[in-house]
Design a protein around this ligand. Structure first.
Ligand SMILES: *Cc1c(COP(=O)(O)O)cnc(C)c1O
Length: 358
């Protein structure tokens, strides 16, 4: 607390990111980082971008990168907005699209915990809609959201990993034609269907992607939003009132090369999907209930062992997983999919912990 802070700072509830400790032999399965590393093409492009041109400002519009993203998704570049990680893109979305005269923003009760943080930051009332008992999102619950400032959900959802089909997403857009519907697809490349296919028919839809998970570039900080040109223009106006250069030259070069390296992208995401499906089977055999995941993590609850104790016992073995002390999910662990060797180390540790607990 400082007497020098602006009035609203004391009331903020900042997001708590997963920890990044530096310990040898640490197995980090707590922040959904990708074990395979970025495309070699992306690394090469960034190394080649390190020269005297760095004296210049980068392209404020990131035109080449936006064109590559547009081409990849079959859109026009006027339909693409890029930012310093999708968290920044989401912040601009809240600021630029959801501040609508005190109307509430609708979101699931269990979702990415940054959304309520942005609501507090920008003073947007937040209205949570409970997921069903099985943690599925029921599109019917969003019918009649017409008085809302907007609707936001992650698909696949975080931290459950559960995905909603395109028909359901389209239904939510159709039921709320005068409300912006934002679908955060941070994990969509691990087996779910992207709502990008719905953009031609739904001018109220905005889809957000990140290069942090499926492109293994969390350290580079690149995310983007896709939607109608007028939604994108709204975001651009916010960006150019905040920071004209959110992506440096190296990030623009690396992101462009990563988007264009489809072979590496497909190989690594398929490896993660295979490991995920195997890990779900292995965890079930050890007595876990595992939610059906379309993400690069699983969300699982042991039928007899307490989640906090399990996370602590894993930590003693230098394995980090994520636990959320929140209603409904406080007995679950969110476990990032690593390599097969990482999954084997996790399973061996869990087997030992559960044996000792008996
Ligand atoms: C990881 C994640 C993000 C943030 O991604 P960055 O691009 O690294 O900022 C956004 N939304 C969800 C649901 C995520 O899990």
């Amino acid at each position: 607390m400082s007497r020098f802070w602006s009035d609203h700072v004391a009331g903020l509830v900042p997001y708590t990111p997963g920890e990044q400790p530096r310990v040898a032999d640490l197995l980090k399965l707590n922040t959904n980082e990708n074990p395979y590393g970025p495309s070699p093409q992306a690394l090469k492009a960034m190394k080649e971008a390190v020269d005297g041109r760095l004296r210049l400002y980068p392209d404020p519009e990131a035109a080449a990168l936006r064109e590559a993203i547009a081409a990849y998704h079959g859109l026009a570049s006027a339909q693409v907005f890029v930012g310093n990680g999708s968290d920044e893109v989401l912040a601009h979305v809240f600021h630029g699209l959801f501040l609508r005269g005190g109307r509430p923003l609708l979101m699931p009760d269990i979702t990415y915990s940054f959304y309520p943080t942005y609501c507090r930051l920008y003073g947007i009332p937040c209205e949570t809609v409970a997921l069903r008992d099985d943690f599925a999102l029921d599109p019917q619950d969003y019918v009649g959201g017409q008085g809302a400032a907007g609707i936001i959900f992650a698909n696949p959802n975080a931290p459950t990993g559960m995905a909603l089909g395109l028909d359901a997403v389209a239904g939510i857009c159709r039921a709320n034609p005068d409300t912006v519907v934002v679908v955060d697809e941070a994990y969509v490349d691990f087996g779910a269907e992207s709502a990008v296919a719905l953009l031609p028919r739904h001018g109220n839809l905005l889809v957000v992607h990140t290069l942090s998970k499926s492109r293994s570039l969390a350290g580079l900080r690149v995310g983007y939003a896709m939607g109608s040109a007028d939604l994108i223009e709204g975001l651009r106006r916010i960006k150019d009132s905040f920071n004209s250069y959110p992506l440096d030259m190296l990030a623009q070069a690396g992101a462009l090369a990563a988007i264009q390296d489809k072979a590496y992208f497909d190989k690594t995401r398929q490896a993660i999907m295979r490991s995920r499906d195997q890990l779900a089977v292995d965890l079930a055999q050890m007595g876990f209930d595992v939610l059906p995941s379309m993400a690069n993590f699983v969300f699982a609850r042991h039928r007899s062992s307490d989640a906090v104790k399990l996370a602590a016992a894993l930590r003693e073995r230098h394995i980090l997983v994520r636990h959320f002390a929140l209603p409904r999910i406080d007995q679950y662990l969110r476990i990032t999919i690593g390599t097969d060797a990482d999954c084997a180390r996790l399973c061996a540790a869990l087997a030992e912990i559960l044996r000792k607990a008996q």
